[in-house]
Design a protein around this ligand. Structure first.
Ligand SMILES: Cc1cc2nc3c(=O)[nH]c(=O)nc-3n(C[C@H](O)[C@H](O)[C@H](O)COP(=O)(O)OP(=O)(O)OC[C@H]3O[C@@H](n4cnc5c(N)ncnc54)[C@H](O)[C@@H]3O)c2cc1C
Length: 474
């Protein structure tokens, strides 16, 4: 347990310890990792010594480079290379694997559940801090749609991306081996809900991968598969502008992808996707990427939230009306000082999160040194999106690109952005190798059942056929 603030302050007053600011970073994503990295470079903390002590609390020991998830799902990048190991990158920080469940900023205390508290059965522990960086990001914005919680999958984590890849290939295997046309049809129908980055890129990459994989199946052809994109508004990919969004619809339809605008998913109970336009698709795959909402932990704090549940941020990346509390990224509504219309907030995307983290780190250092704060100002530069191998769409600084040039730009941009030289080199090596050799189309779904083989050997049932008692067979 960490020493309470009052006790520590008493010891500082009596000269027993040197005052050392304790910075708590909640979240190890874009904002959390880059802020800690910036602070680590500027303030040179040393574990147990130095001017500051930085603690990062996050559920996973890695930061996920989310823009690469669609390529990880398609098999162009291996899952290990889309994540950045926090302990290696933040070697001067203390990394705690756990979650903040509540924050009492008035008392400068966070309540945590960690791997240790779970293992020891002690429930929670309290952690005191002097400066708080709150960056838990966002979670999927779901709706009370029948069957959604039971059957759909999101696309925000590396586990979901790899799970979905394995699932799609497994559906092709089922379709190839079943004699039941209804099972085959449902297995080869893939429904994606939400036409933002995540949905369009995931669908574009997975359809491309499945089209390629089909050449290795004697009885599954690309035209046997149904890929459906359901979007409630009148456009997709708003990030690349209206023209490029329209181009993306045309391009996806040219690939035989059924893009349905002004349409909502109404139910996916009993493995049938029912749409608001009356269409019904028996399917075993519903991918939900219809937007994000701020992380629920924000509601368990005494910090101010706006109507949408995001932290009220300032252009200096402090939290409005507070001292020593900072926020950025998807969790915070940071005013966009470059916007023509006053009152506009920065969009929740990586472009802002990364740049905000750098200013945030610098501003904490300025505060500790009694220097004036910087203002965050970044004019949105545009976006790049991949729609499959050699296919893409982009709008950058007003320049519109499509097809191969956009795809190439997407790769160059993200290669330059993925954290650490080590990751850049590994991703580049993988792209080069996949250009020389054929794509990997194997499903490693059985990784999710690592004990299955041993259980069978030890006299259990086969996980593919639990009713089959194989103990008696020779
Ligand atoms: C598939 C996909 C593709 C994308 N592509 C692009 C793109 O091409 N360009 C672009 O600009 N943006 C893109 N984005 C959006 C971008 O990734 C996010 O805007 C960005 O990650 C936000 O950064 P963040 O630090 O706020 O949140 P995150 O990066 O999500 O980090 C939040 C972190 O907080 C942790 N956390 C959550 N709860 C707690 C808790 N209670 N206690 C402690 N830690 C907690 C999480 O585990 C996570 O590590 C994409 C997103 C997705 C899902």
């Amino acid at each position: 347990m960490v020493e309470p603030v009052d006790k520590r302050k008493r010891r500082v007053r009596h000269g027993m310890v040197k005052e050392r600011a304790r910075i708590l970073v909640v979240g190890g994503g874009y904002v959390g990792m880059y802020t800690a990295l910036r602070l680590q470079r500027r303030l040179k903390p040393e574990l147990g010594r130095g001017e500051v002590e930085i603690t990062v609390v996050t559920p996973d020991p890695y930061m996920t480079y989310q823009p690469f998830l669609p390529e990880a799902a398609a098999g162009s990048i291996s899952p290990r290379h889309v994540v950045v190991p926090l302990r290696r990158v933040l070697s001067r920080c203390r990394v705690i694997i756990g979650e903040a469940t509540a924050i009492d900023h008035a008392k400068r205390t966070a309540t945590l559940t960690t791997l240790a508290t779970a293992e020891e059965g002690t429930g929670t522990e309290q952690l005191s801090y002097d400066e708080l960086v709150l960056a838990p990001g966002s979670i999927a914005r779901t709706l009370p749609i029948p069957g959604l919680a039971e059957h759909a999958i999101g696309f925000k984590t590396v586990e979901e991306a790899i799970g979905l890849r394995n699932h799609v290939i497994e559906q092709m295997d089922i379709a190839s081996s079943t004699r039941d046309p209804a099972i085959r049809d449902a297995a080869l129908t893939f429904v994606f809900v939400g036409g933002g980055y995540a949905g369009v890129e995931a669908l574009g990459e997975l359809e491309d991968m499945a089209r390629y994989a089909a050449r290795y199946y004697h009885n599954v052809r690309p035209e046997d598969m149904k890929w459906i994109l359901v979007e409630a508004s009148d456009r997709i990919l708003p990030e690349v502008g209206e023209d490029m969004g329209r181009y993306t619809v045309t391009e996806l339809r040219r690939r035989n992808i059924d893009v349905r605008l002004h349409t909502r998913l109404e139910s996916c109970a009993d493995r049938v996707a029912v749409l608001s336009d009356g269409a019904r698709f028996p399917t075993r795959t519903v991918v939900w990427t219809a937007g994000v909402k701020p992380h629920p932990v924000l509601a368990a704090t005494d910090l101010p939230l706006n109507a949408r549940g995001r932290l009220k941020g300032t252009p200096e990346l402090t939290i409005e009306g507070t001292t020593h509390a900072w926020a950025a990224g998807d969790a915070a509504a940071v005013p966009d000082v470059t916007a023509a219309e006053p009152g506009t907030d920065c969009a929740p995307n990586a472009q802002h999160a990364l740049r905000q983290a750098k200013v945030l780190g610098d501003n904490i250092a300025h505060t500790l040194r009694g220097e004036p704060l910087e203002t965050y100002a970044h004019k949105y530069a545009g976006s790049v999106a991949s729609l499959g191998f050699h296919k893409g769409v982009a709008q950058v600084y007003g320049r519109k690109l499509k097809g191969y040039p956009a795809w190439f730009m997407h790769r160059v941009y993200h290669l330059s952005r993925v954290p650490t030289f080590n990751r850049k080199a590994r991703v580049l090596a993988e792209w080069t190798l996949s250009g020389l050799f054929k794509r990997e189309i194997v499903s490693l779904g059985s990784l999710e059942h690592p004990r299955a083989e041993f259980e069978l050997a030890a006299g259990g049932k086969h996980h593919l056929n639990p009713g089959d008692d194989t103990k008696g067979s020779s």
